[in-house]
Design a protein around this ligand. Sequence first.
Ligand code: ZN
Length: 77
Amino acid sequence: MFQCPVCGELMEILTNYHCMAKHHLTKKELVEKYGAPKYVSPTMSREVQNWIRESTIITRMDFDIAQAAVRSQLRRG
Ligand SMILES: [Zn+2]
């Protein structure tokens, strides 16, 4: 993964299209002005993926708790 040196957007590779569309510079001009795109190691994005998975599990638990609360209310009613 590469990170745009201007806006910090993560992408597979810094494209000329991104540079033109977002920064009105060619890739060459952008690299000359701001430096080469920063390489972000896949290990880091795997950690991010794990974090996303963990938050998904938390959301799922919250959902189950909410469902259980509704069920117990229905039983009471
Ligand atoms: Zn950018």
